[in-house]
Write a new protein. Structure first.
Length: 742
C-alpha cells in the first residue's frame, strides 16, 4: 500500500536525536530496497543458505522488516510491488527530512549532522556516508546487515564499496563518488572517518573499511566531552565559569575588544577572526582572552603550543584535532606560546611551516582564535589581513599599577605603611609580575621573621627586582650597589641634582598619573641623566647611590664594546640591550659614553653620516625606555648641545678640591682597618691632587702592604701605594713631594 502524500509543511525536530532517528529510518528503507534489488538480480541461488556464512537471509529480512515496519517478503511476484512502494517511501521520507531540517534551521535548532556538514562543507553523498558509518554506533543490528551485504560475517563495518553501492544509482555515479575518499577530501582530511586497510596496504579502495571517528560519533549523538587525544593538552573553559583575572589595567581594553568582536562576529566576512595578544610575561594575555569570551558568552578551548610540539603526534595533525575540537564545541580557540613557532632566521614576520599549517587550519575551521605570545608578528600572507587583529599588552600606567598594588596588598600583614604609588613609580611591572612580587615578598618576610611574617618595604623591593633581569644579564654586567649618600663626596649642587633624580623617579606616578602629564607625552616618560667628569670623580659611585636609594638593580653597559665598525651592528647591539631591559625595571648605566656621543660635526663622508644615525638611534631608544638611563662621559665639552637638550639631568663631577680630597681619604677606610698614629690625611689631601677613585685604590694597596708586614696602616704604606698609583698613569712623584707628605 502506497503511503499518503507528505504535507507541504513539517514540524521542526525537537532534538538532534529525533533527526538522526528519522535518518536511520531512511537508511533502513534504503538497505531493504538494495536487498530486494540484489535478490531480483541474483534470482534463485543454490548457495543462498551460505551467504554471509552464519547469517541467514531470514534473519536479515527480519532485521530490516523491524526497521521499516514491514513483514519479511517471500519470493513471489508481489516482491516487485514492495520494491516500488519502498522506493516511493524512500523519496517521501527524504523530502520529509529535508523539510523538517529547514524548519529546524528557521527556529534556531542546531542539529548535529547538518552542523557537521556545514562546518566541513560536506556534499549530500558525504553526509549520507557519515550516516552509514554512524548506524553501527547506535544499533548493532547494522553490523549484521553490513556483514550480510558484504558476504562476510567478519566485515561488520561498511566498506567503501558497500557505501558506493548503497548511495549510487549507476556505475558512472559510483566512479565519480570515489573522490570522497581521497586524502584531501573532507571526510578523510578532517578525520571524520577512518579508512582502514586490513591487508597491510594491499587492499583495493573498494575493500577498505570505514569507521566513524569516535569524537565525531560522540558529537553527532550529543556528547560535549573533549576528545581523548585533545584532553591531555587542552582545557575547556565554559562562559559561566570564572573568567580568570584580567587585572584593573586591562578592563578598558577588554571592553574595547568585546565591542569590536561583537561587531565582527555578526558578519559573514571575514570568516575567520584571529586576535594576536602579545606582551611580556604577566601581562595577563590568557586572562584577558577568558574574560572577553565570558563577556561574549563563548566557551574557550585553551592549549599550549609547547605541549602540542612535544606530543606523540605530528604537530600538524595535533593542531587540526585541536582546532576541530574548538569548532565542534563550539568554542573560541586560545593558543599560548605562539613565539615558539618562529625561528630567529626567519624573523618575526615570517611563519615557518608549522605556523603556516596552523594558520591554514584556523582559516579553514575556526571562527575566533586568540594567539598569545610575547613578540609582535604579522601573518605575512598566511592569513587574510581582513580577519587579523593585533593587540599589544604591556605594563599598566601609573594609576592602574597603583590600584593593582593596593588590591594585591590588601589584607597582607605589613610591617608599616607601604606607599603603592611609590612602588608603581619605581617598578614598571605587569599585573602578573605584581601578583608574583607580592607572593615572593610574603615568602621573604616569612624567612626573615617566621614569627609574624610581616612584609617590609625591603621585601617588596627585593621581590620586584627578582621579577626581571635575566635577559639583561646576558648583555650587561650587574653592579651590586654598596654605596650610600654618606660615602659620596661632591659639591652641594651636584649632590642636590642626584637627589632630584631620585625624587623624579619616586614621584612619577603623581606627575604622570594624578596630574595628567602622562597623557600629554608620547615619549620622554623615562628618566635620563648625563654624568660628566674626569675618571675617578665618582660617576659610577653616584649611579650606585641612586640604585640603592631607589631599590633598583643597576646594570653597567660599556658603550665602547657596543659600537661596531660594521654598518647596522651598533643599532643591533643597542636594540638588544634595550629590549632586554624593557621589563627589567633596572637602571642602565652606559659607561664610556663619549665613544659614541662625540660632537656631531658636519657630514664629510659616509662614516660621519652613519655616526649621526647611530647617535639618533640611541636617542630614540632612550626616549622609548620607561626606566632610568644614566650616561657617563669623561669629556662633556665634546657632546652635542642638541643631545644635551634631550636629557633630563646633566650632572658634572668635578675633580675634588683639597677639602673634598681630605674627606675622601677619611671615608675610604672600613671601621675595622687599623690606622697608625702617623697617618695624616690632611697632608695627603694637600700634597697630592687625586681623584676619588685613585684615593680608594691607594687605600686598598696600602692596606695590603700593612697586612704583609703584620701591623697597622702607616703613612709610609700610604706614600708607597701613592707612588705605585702614579706609576700606573705614567707619572712620577718628586722626592720633594714625597718628603713633604712624609
Amino acid at each position: 500500500m502506497i503511503a499518503a502524500a507528505v504535507p507541504q509543511t513539517e514540524a521542526a525536530y525537537a532534538a538532534s536525536w529525533d533527526h538522526l532517528a528519522e535518518e536511520l529510518l531512511w537508511l533502513d528503507h534504503l538497505l531493504y530496497l538494495r536487498l530486494l534489488e540484489r535478490r531480483r538480480q541474483a534470482g534463485e541461488d543454490p548457495l543462498e543458505p551460505f551467504k554471509g556464512l552464519v547469517l541467514s537471509e531470514q534473519e536479515i529480512l527480519r532485521l530490516l522488516a523491524g526497521g521499516t515496519r514491514r513483514p519479511a517478503p517471500s519470493r513471489d511476484p508481489g516482491e516487485a510491488d514492495l520494491s516500488a512502494t519502498l522506493t516511493l517511501e524512500l523519496d517521501e521520507l527524504a523530502q520529509r527530512i529535508a523539510q523538517r531540517r529547514d524548519a529546524s534551521a528557521r527556529e534556531g535548532m542546531e542539529l548535529t549532522l547538518p552542523r557537521l556538514s556545514r562546518i566541513f562543507h560536506l556534499s549530500p553523498f558525504e553526509e549520507r556516508c557519515l550516516l552509514i558509518c554512524l548506524a553501527p554506533e547506535v544499533d548493532r543490528k547494522y553490523e549484521k546487515l553490513y556483514a550480510y551485504l558484504q558476504d562476510d560475517v567478519t566485515r561488520r563495518k561498511p566498506t567503501v564499496g558497500l557505501v558506493l553501492e548503497l548511495l549510487s544509482s549507476c556505475r558512472e555515479e559510483e566512479l565519480a563518488s570515489r573522490a570522497a575518499f581521497e586524502p584531501q577530501a573532507p571526510l578523510v582530511k578532517a578525520r571524520l572517518v577512518e579508512v582502514a586497510d586490513g591487508n597491510g596496504g594491499s587492499s583495493t579502495l573498494l575493500s577498505r573499511t570505514l569507521k566513524l571517528e569516535d569524537r565525531i560519533a560522540g558529537f553527532l549523538l550529543g556528547s560535549a566531552t573533549i576528545a581523548p587525544d585533545v584532553q591531555e593538552m587542552a582545557e575547556l573553559v565554559l562562559p559561566g565559569g570564572a573568567p580568570g583575572e584580567a587585572g584593573l589595567a586591562s578592563r578598558d581594553l577588554r571592553g574595547r575588544i568585546v565591542e569590536v568582536l561583537r561587531e565582527l562576529l555578526v558578519r559573514s566576512e571575514p570568516a575567520s577572526l584571529v586576535l594576536s595578544l602579545h606582551g611580556p610575561y604577566g601581562s595577563e594575555k590568557q586572562a584577558l582572552a577568558r574574560a572577553v569570551c565570558a563577556d561574549l558568552g563563548l566557551p574557550l578551548v585553551t592549549a599550549d603550543v609547547e605541549r602540542l610540539l612535544a606530543g606523540p603526534r605530528p604537530f600538524e595533525e595535533t593542531a587540526w584535532l585541536l582546532v576541530r575540537e574548538a569548532v565542534l564545541q563550539p568554542a573560541a580557540l586560545c593558543l599560548r606560546g605562539v613565539d615558539r613557532l618562529f625561528t630567529e632566521e626567519q624573523g618575526a614576520g615570517r611563519p615557518h611551516d608549522k605556523l603556516r599549517a596552523l594558520l591554514d587550519t584556523i582559516r579553514a575551521l575556526s571562527r575566533l582564535t586568540f594567539l598569545l605570545g610575547e613578540r609582535p608578528w604579522s601573518p605575512a600572507g598566511a592569513l587574510s589581513l581582513d580577519g587579523f587583529l593585533d593587540v599589544e599588552l604591556g605594563p599598566p600606567d601609573a594609576a592602574a599599577a597603583r590600584a593593582l598594588w593596593e588590591e594585591r596588598l590588601q589584607g597582607k600583614p605589613l610591617d608599616g605603611p607601604v606607599e603603592a604609588g611609590a612602588l608603581a613609580s619605581r617598578f614598571r611591572l605587569t599585573p602578573g609580575q605584581i601578583r608574583d612580587a607580592v607572593a615572593l615578598a610574603g615568602s621573604l618576610a616569612r624567612w626573615r621573621s617566621p614569627r609574624d611574617g610581616r612584609i617590609a618595604t625591603d621585601d617588596l623591593a627585593a621581590a620586584c627586582r627578582a621579577q626581571a633581569g635575566l635577559e639583561l644579564s646576558r648583555v650587561a654586567r650587574k653592579v651590586e650597589p654598596r654605596y650610600g649618600w654618606g660615602d659620596i663626596v661632591l659639591p652641594p649642587d651636584s649632590l642636590e641634582q642626584l637627589r632630584e633624580v631620585c625624587g623624579q623617579a619616586e614621584h612619577r606616578h603623581v606627575v604622570f598619573g594624578d596630574w595628567g602629564f602622562g597623557r600629554r607625552m608620547s615619549l620622554g616618560k623615562g628618566l635620563n641623566a648625563l654624568f660628566s667628569g674626569a675618571p675617578g670623580t665618582g660617576k659610577t659611585m653616584a649611579a650606585e647611590v641612586i640604585a640603592r636609594e631607589l631599590g633598583l638593580d643597576l646594570y653597567r653597559i660599556d658603550l665602547s664594546q657596543v659600537i661596531s665598525k660594521y654598518i647596522g651592528e651598533t643599532e643591533k647591539n643597542l636594540d638588544r640591550v634595550f629590549a632586554a631591559a624593557e621589563g627589567s625595571n633596572a637602571i642602565l648605566f652606559f659607561d664610556e659614553a663619549d665613544a659614541l656621543f662625540g660632537k656631531r660635526s658636519e657630514v664629510r663622508d659616509s662614516h660621519d653620516r652613519y655616526a649621526n644615525v647611530e647617535v639618533s638611534y640611541l636617542l630614540q631608544k632612550m626616549e622609548e625606555y620607561q626606566g632610568v638611563a644614566i650616561l657617563a662621559t669623561n669629556l662633556r665639552q665634546h657632546l652635542d648641545q642638541a643631545f644635551l637638550r634631550r636629557l633630563s639631568f646633566t650632572v658634572h663631577f668635578p675633580s675634588p678640591d683639597e677639602d673634598s680630597r681630605r674627606r675622601i681619604w677619611e671615608g675610604a677606610w672600613p671601621p675595622e682597618t687599623p690606622l697608625g698614629d702617623d697617618v695624616d690625611f690632611a697632608t695627603l689631601a694637600r700634597q697630592f691632587k687625586l681623584a676619588g677613585g685613585n684615593i680608594r685604590n691607594i687605600a686598598l694597596a696600602a692596606a695590603f702592604l700593612a697586612a704583609a708586614e703584620g701591623g697597622p696602616v702607616r703613612q709610609a704604606h700610604l706614600l708607597r701605594a701613592t707612588r705605585r698609583e702614579f706609576q700606573k698613569t705614567g707619572k712620577t712623584i718628586s722626592e720633594a713631594e714625597m718628603g713633604g707628605a712624609a
